[in-house]
Design a protein. Structure first.
Length: 328
């Protein structure tokens, strides 16, 4: 899958050290969609289809998708154009929420992907791999949830099997989305491969507020309990509680203001008919899925120094391939 992801690049310089995939042959490359999104369909001789999703490119439009980082409910609809309102349910939990930029990217390619899945199924192909590096991995998370939804609705045959490999993917949504994703892909059906020297899987920034906990929790009762305390204990406790609670609430609102409302205006310039959705009041991003950890050790850092001008050094496919080859 690393070999296949390497072929998403438009320049040979990017993948010159990444071997060509021997098992899979790319049979289809989509046009550009959404916010500079693209995907490939590859087939193997033993009838496995791979859906390979491109990661972030050097264009401002592609980066805008990453920075459009407010959350939206994991169930709802989003209008991309006058003729396309994307309806989705990516989790069962009503508290689940996902990254809106990557949802836009996934929605943009969804119709094309589903059409090709149907075509493959008619050819007798039952096994599919969904793979993506970086932003492509984030979209792979959401696409996996989406095809599971379509299977539950009977729109994709339940006999089809999907296995997901996210490579260096960032955090796709909140804790409740992660719970649902992990339950749906348990027993080895979804992985995120992470180089411990790579900062991208640590993003987006997580802001946890007291509202991000399950509803039945002691924090909800704290103001009332503090009020019952005697003076001056009640003042001291209220001061401490507010010092913990208010900064995170402010940070969450700031996140939504700039990475939601403002970024959404820039998205609308790229997609004129785009209707910004109602954002979810959270920015509590969590990692999801089963993780394959590639430990960056002393030997690794001799080849790829821990510091340097290239902040993406440890995020590229070459160091991931280097560490993968060291695995027992």
């Amino acid at each position: 899958m690393i070999y296949l992801s390497g072929r998403q690049a438009d320049t040979v310089a990017y993948y010159k050290n990444i071997p060509s995939p021997q098992r899979f042959r790319i049979v289809y490359r989509s046009p550009l969609m959404g916010l500079d999104n693209r995907w490939d369909l590859a087939l193997s001789k033993d009838s496995v289809a791979a859906i390979s999703i491109r990661g972030t490119t050097r264009t401002n439009t592609s980066w805008l998708e990453n920075f459009y980082a407010a959350m939206v409910p994991a169930t709802g609809s989003i209008t991309l154009s006058k003729d396309f309102t994307f309806k989705y349910q990516l989790a069962q939990n009503p508290q689940a929420a996902v990254h809106v930029g990557w949802l836009v990217g996934m929605a943009a390619i969804s119709r094309d992907v589903v059409t090709k899945i149907d075509s493959c199924a008619r050819l007798g192909i039952r096994n599919f791999i969904i793979v993506g590096h970086s932003q492509g991995g984030a979209i792979a998370y959401l696409l996996t949830s989406y095809v599971h939804q379509l299977q539950q609705q009977g729109l994709i045959a339940k006999r089809l099997r999907f296995k997901t490999y996210c490579i260096a993917a960032p955090k796709p949504g909140n804790l409740y989305y992660a719970y649902d994703f992990e339950a749906a892909t348990a027993s080895g059906w979804a992985f995120n491969i992470v180089n411990t020297a790579d900062w991208v899987p640590e993003t987006p920034v997580s802001i946890q507020t007291l509202q991000d906990f399950n509803p039945n929790n002691p924090f909800q009762q704290a103001p009332a309990l503090i009020k019952k305390q005697k003076f001056p204990k009640n003042l001291v406790l209220r001061y401490g509680f507010n010092r913990l609670n208010k900064p995170t609430q402010k940070a969450r609102r700031t996140n939504q203001k700039y990475l939601g409302n403002l970024a959404g205006k820039f998205v609308k310039k790229q997609l004129p008919d785009f209707v910004p959705p109602t954002y979810f009041p959270s920015a509590n991003y969590m990692r999801a899925g089963t993780f394959i950890i590639l430990q960056a050790d002393a030997e690794y850092y001799k080849v790829y120094p821990p510091k340097g001008e290239n902040v993406f050094l440890h995020h590229l496919l070459s160091p991931y391939l280097y560490l993968t080859r060291k695995q027992p």
